[in-house]
Design a protein around this ligand. Structure first.
Ligand SMILES: Nc1ncnc2c1ncn2[C@@H]1O[C@H](COP(=O)(O)OP(=O)(O)OP(=O)(O)O)[C@@H](O)[C@H]1O
Ligand SMILES: [Mg+2]
Length: 641
């Protein structure tokens, strides 16, 4: 490794050190050991090679000194040739070992990245929805990327670097002292001149790089938020583009200034290092030459000393930064472990069983529920807040009990924020009830396997999320094995076939981020098509509140009729037509079921339902009292009215 390289590494490490230097527990080291274990053979081989490299690096100067002595002593030519051949052999060995060591360290490092990444990904995937409602995607992604890479540096960089550097340093020092302790001492005396300012400069660089990192983080958050379809729309409608641009430019400008400062500081650092080692070299030549002329040192010793000097300074500088490097790698490990330590609140029991065969019922039995407090599901550093909110959430559901018989339809109605969507999320175990039980097919959902529950229940959420992918990929999500004819059948039944057929790319049309390239009604119908393809036995439908035009409304209504036919259904209804078709209507207010019955009986009772009926329901074109489409019948093409 050249001295410049070492200097660059030292600077790099100082820049990437984090202030956060908490004490590291034995546990952390034990866990790191756990990740290293699969690579232990490669690690041992790598360490052996590192030591061999250090030994060879010190051997060459000693041999070079012998050559010079042989020449000045007028030894036999064969001696010089033999020594030169030996030096050549060492060079070859160094090259070979260097390649092998690099191969090993790359394998270890990349293997470690792979292990850490897949572990974190698997783990994050198992986290409950509550976790994702709180974390910022950017913060999470950086755990998966930069911290994993930071942790890997501990292995391929530091571990071997420290060991081979210590070996090289001690060997070089030992040989130098044995040649001339006076010159060695003087050469080393110059070192503080370089090391002390370098440390101060390292700290300054670290500060600057942290500031730059913060600016970059803010800029990328700004970009990801503003340059998404919903964000961009919001900015167009309400934003102040000139001010946002100015703010962005100010930050980018500061990053440029820091970049220039950093480059200059680095150059000063490298120049200082080069200068000091060149001065030390001059000292060795001067003093060594002086002694050689006086006969107290042979010429070969001077050459050996000069060459060893470079092998002394290089490891010294990299060791100076090793502490910082180890610290920052450990911090990265800790940040990764922090994520791994978050326990998924909702996990499948070891003795979980599948949902019983045949038509199934859905039952809520005295269910209480509060959204989990932040400290149970998340990490402050992922939410980008200083401390987590530890208060338990307010109770959202209070003793909710109802039963949907197999094949029946129950509608939930109530004001906004009453808890309807919350109820919908408990059946597929997006959250678990705090008290009481949610049963599917008579079995508590917590005793069911996740796979069978997923296959049994189909939940269409209010916002109907779509991935930025093709229509086909979005539809195949629940059933990757479905063929095109099944896909088209689902599209036909959700009244989307004509639209998709008219698109130039058909099923391969990419629907943009969150499905933004589709209209509200089309998006809803696409999520219904996905449901039809999944063929769940139970449908839980959180009807979107968006008002649709008459044609879309009719199409969505028809699609719904297909989706609900013959299935056990819970529908959170915003449309009168859906409500009227229900076997039972539950009126939810403040997390409680306040009324229940059929449309007629509830209207006759003249309570909260009647109020909702007159003020809230989207009666669409059916004029309030008229018969809306019954979503469970094979509907006509146009709404009655
Ligand atoms: N992830 C969450 N964390 C904490 N509280 C939440 C969360 N989601 C919803 N809430 C709260 O729970 C209550 C019930 O919300 P819910 O979404 O179930 O209402 P809703 O009846 O579906 O309303 P809408 O008709 O407007 O969709 C609300 O007070 C809401 O603020
Ligand atoms: Mg809702």
């Amino acid at each position: 490794m050249s001295m410049e390289m070492t200097a660059w590494n030292a600077m790099y490490n100082a820049r990437h050190a984090k202030d956060d230097q908490r004490p590291f527990s034995k546990e952390t080291f034990r866990r790191i050991g756990g990740f290293a274990r699969p690579h232990r053979r490669a690690l041992v081989a790598f360490l052996v090679l590192s030591v061999a490299t250090a030994l060879l690096a010190v051997a060459t100067p000693v041999l070079a000194g012998r050559v010079v002595n042989a020449i000045s002593d007028g030894a036999a030519e064969s001696t010089v040739v033999r020594l030169a051949l030996l030096i050549a052999a060492i060079a070859l060995a160094e090259a070979g070992i260097g390649l092998a060591a690099r191969w090993l360290s790359a394998r270890i490092g990349e293997g470690l990245i792979l292990d850490l990444r897949t572990t974190v990904y698997d783990h994050v995937q198992r986290m409950p929805v509550a976790f994702f409602t709180r974390t910022r995607t950017g913060a999470l992604v950086s755990r998966l990327n930069s911290d994993v890479i930071g942790a890997q540096r501990a292995f391929s960089g530091t571990l071997s670097g420290v060991l081979s550097n210590v070996v090289m340093l001690l060997l070089a020092l030992g040989v130098m002292v044995s040649i001339s302790w006076q010159i060695t001492l003087l050469a080393l005396a110059l070192l503080p001149v370089f090391v002390l300012p370098a440390r101060r400069m390292g700290a300054r660089l670290a500060r600057l790089s942290r500031e730059a990192a913060n600016h970059n983080a803010v800029m990328s958050t700004q970009m990801t938020e503003r340059f998404s379809a919903p964000g961009a729309t919001l900015v167009k409608l309400y934003g102040r583009p000139a001010e946002e641009s100015a703010e962005f430019a100010a930050r980018a400008g500061r990053v440029r200034d820091i970049g220039i400062r950093t480059a200059m500081l680095q150059m000063v650092f490298v120049t200082a290092l080069t200068l000091v080692s060149a001065l030390a070299l001059a000292l060795v030549y001067g003093l060594g030459g002086f002694y050689a002329l006086r006969g107290s040192l042979d010429p070969g010793a001077v050459v050996a000393l000069a060459m060893l000097l470079t092998r002394l300074y290089a490891p010294l500088t990299s060791l100076a930064s090793a502490r910082v490097e180890v610290m920052s790698a450990l911090v990265s490990f800790q940040r990764v472990f922090e994520v791994l330590d978050l326990r998924p609140l909702i996990e499948e029991r070891a003795d979980a069983r599948p949902v019983p065969e045949g038509p199934v019922s859905v039952e809520f039995d005295a269910v209480d529920f509060a959204y989990p407090a932040a400290d149970r599901v998340s990490l402050a550093s992922l939410e980008e807040v200083a401390t987590l909110d530890t208060r338990g959430g307010d109770q959202v559901l209070h003793g909710v009990s109802f039963r949907v018989e197999p094949g029946r339809l129950v509608a939930l109605v109530g004001s906004s924020g009453a808890g309807k969507s919350t109820i919908a999320q408990l059946a597929p175990r997006l959250y678990d009830a705090d008290a009481g039980a949610v049963r599917v097919g008579g079995v508590d959902v917590q005793d069911l396997t996740a796979d069978s529950l997923r296959a049994t229940l189909g939940l269409v959420t209010q916002d109907g999320h779509l991935f930025h992918d093709t229509i086909r990929a979005n539809l195949l999500l629940p059933r990757p094995d479905a063929d095109d004819s099944e896909v088209w059948d689902a599209l036909r039944r959700s009244r989307l076939d004509a639209l998709v057929a008219s698109l130039p790319d058909g099923l391969d049309t990419v629907v943009g981020e969150r499905g933004y390239r589709l209209s509200g009604g089309e998006r809803q119908r696409l999520t219904i098509a996905r449901l039809l393809l999944a063929r769940p036995r139970v449908v839980i439908l959180d009807e979107a509140t968006a008002h649709l035009d008459a044609t879309s409304e009719a199409a969505v209504q028809e699609a719904l009729g297909e989706a609900l036919a013959g299935r056990t259904s819970v529908v959170i209804a915003h449309r009168l037509s859906t409500v009227r078709a229900a076997d039972e209507i539950l009126v939810i207010e403040g997390g409680r079921i306040v009324e229940r019955g059929t449309h007629e009986s509830l209207l006759a009772a003249g309570g909260r339902y009647e109020e909702l009926y007159t003020t809230q329901f989207d009666t669409g074109l059916d004029g309030g009292l008229g018969g809306g489409l019954d979503p469970r019948e094979e509907p006509a093409a146009t709404p009655a009215g």
